[in-house]
Write a protein that binds this ligand. Structure first.
Ligand code: NDP
Length: 490
């Protein structure tokens, strides 16, 4: 039997894959055959990563030094990653299941994020503030110290680097815990960072279970901020732990995003956009457009187009040529999605297409679920309200705009909303009324490293990306100097 590659924590620039370590087997989601082994870190590994990061923060020129030097290293890292885009994309697809096309886009996004934040590394400026008397008041932006980043499995490298990259640009030392199911590209990225010249200890990766490692990282007295992306349940827990330690927590949690299609929309474009927004990444997206809210006058034609599109999608292993939708990340995720389809049926939903595990020569052993469209679902059904995290779209009709807004906002979440219309006035009015951190008109879910990304309501706390995303990894120090001469004695 060929021995599987072993990946392990990277702490202080050294990867620990000693034979005595406890390891877990990772399965290829397309076949459920062994893919690699990963060392399971302990609470001691977490403490060591925090200690090493703190030491690097205190002693390396990274934090105290010139932002322009940090920019150079981050740019070099972007270039190296771009050169290795294909290798990273293949590894991501094999580990997570997504198609190669999707993984290439993800890695490209990380390259662009590194380029973007590198441009800000030497522009973290303070201000001068007028105050009375012969005083000089100014502020400086300092890095926070050791920042903790806990990442999910749906965009393993992209969502990890969305917070790690700005934290590094601001001069922090980062400790990253990738999801247990998908740690491979994070470990490989840490190796690449060393090659790019990132000082040892400035980026550390710990692999292993979140309950054990993640909590230990947040509880550690050296943790100065935590950024978490994942389920609302764990997000709440992290928020409590962070509050106990009085450190800021940025949370990017789930969604049940509405896509509103008005009667005047270009239906072909809308169908493609809605399809991409729910079947992309096999629906495993925090901002998946999982609730289609469509004007009654175009509901049936749009449903027809969506059915055609869903049934034409080519399913298969993410690394195969021509595949348009890969498997779900794990057997558990597959069961979870199929359970929700069962709930939709029980609650009176009509399965327009899909609704079952996919079969076929290359699909039988993997975690493949057919792209699914459900109509006639009561809005109160759990399947209509809870995040499914799979390729399952629920469709609701409306007649009046107020009804569309009510349906769209009738969810605890507020991450993303999509809108399809040619009417500019309606677009602006609805964009204002939809309770979502990002509203996209006439496009599938789309964002850029320079655009803010935040969840409203139960979808999160704080904001990522953009200039403010880098600034959020700094603290503002106010310095007041009395520069006046002593008063003359009378
Ligand atoms: P989790 O929220 O459980 O996991 C996200 C990350 O947090 C992982 O790295 C996980 O580690 C870690 N973690 C888990 N428990 C703790 C803890 N107590 N303290 C600190 N860190 C912890 O998401 P799941 O992967 O279990 O997915 C469950 C559901 O969450 C999905 O089906 C989906 O609904 C939602 N989700 C949303 C995402 C988003 O982008 N908003 C992304 C992923 C999931 P480990 O992997 O070791 O458990």
């Amino acid at each position: 039997m060929a021995s599987e590659a072993v990946y392990g924590p990277v702490i202080g620039g050294v990867e620990s894959v000693e034979p005595h370590r406890e390891t877990a087997e990772l399965l290829d989601p397309a076949t459920n055959r062994p893919l690699a082994r990963v060392a399971l870190g302990s609470a001691e590994d977490a403490a060591r990563a925090m200690e090493v990061a703190q030491a690097a923060f205190e002693t390396s020129p990274w934090s105290a030094g010139d932002g322009a030097q940090r920019a150079k290293v981050l740019l070099r890292l972007a270039q190296l990653l771009e050169q290795q885009q294909e290798e990273f994309a293949v590894l991501e697809s094999r580990n997570m299941g997504k198609t190669l096309r999707e993984s290439r886009i993800d890695v490209g996004y990380v390259v662009r994020t590194l380029e973007y934040v590198s441009g800000l590394a030497d522009k973290l400026e303070g201000t001068t503030i007028p105050v009375p008397g012969s005083r000089f008041n100014y502020t400086v932006r300092e890095p926070l110290g050791v920042t903790v980043h806990i990442a999910p499995w749906n965009y393993p490298l992209l969502l990890a680097m969305r917070s790690v990259a700005p934290a590094l640009a601001a001069g922090n030392a980062a400790v990253l815990k990738p999801a247990s199911l998908t740690p491979l590209t994070a470990v490989r990225f840490a190796r690449l960072a060393k090659t790019a010249g990132l000082p040892d200890g400035i980026l550390n990766v710990v692999t292993g279970p979140g309950g054990r490692l993640g909590e230990a990282l947040v509880r550690d007295k050296r943790c100065r901020s935590v950024t978490f992306t994942g389920s609302s349940e764990v997000g709440r827990r992290i928020s409590v732990l962070a509050a106990e330690r009085l450190v800021p927590a940025t949370l990017e949690l789930g969604g049940k995003s509405p896509i509103v299609v008005l009667a005047d929309a270009d239906l072909d474009r809308a169908a493609r956009g809605v399809g991409f927004g729910i079947f992309g990444n096999a629906g495993q997206m925090c901002w998946a457009g999982s609730r289609l809210i469509v004007h009654e006058s175009v509901r049936l034609p749009l449903l027809d187009k969506l059915r055609g599109l869903a049934e034409a999608l080519v399913l298969g292993p993410g690394t195969d040529d021509g595949v348009e939708m890969g498997p779900l990340v794990s057997r558990e995720q597959e069961s979870r999605v199929l359970d929700y389809v069962g709930v939709a049926r029980e609650d009176g939903g009509t399965i327009v297409t899909g609704g079952a595990k996919a079969s076929g020569p290359k699909l039988a052993d993997g975690n493949f679920v057919r792209p699914t469209v459900v109509a006639d679902l009561p809005p109160a059904s759990r399947a209509a309200r809870e995040e499914i995290f799979g390729p399952v779209l629920s469709v609701f009709g409306f007649r009046e705009l107020d009804e569309a807004v009510r349906l769209a906002n009738e969810t605890p979440y507020g991450l993303f909303a999509g809108l399809w219309t040619r009417d500019l006035a309606a677009a602006h009015t609805l964009a204002r009324r939809l309770e979502a951190g990002t509203v996209v008109v006439n496009e599938p879910p789309l964002t850029f490293p320079q655009s803010p990304f935040a969840g409203f309501k139960d979808s999160g706390l704080g904001s990522e990306q953009g200039v403010a995303g880098v600034a959020s990894y700094t603290r503002v120090k106010n310095v007041l100097l009395n520069v006046g001469l002593p008063k003359k004695k009378a």
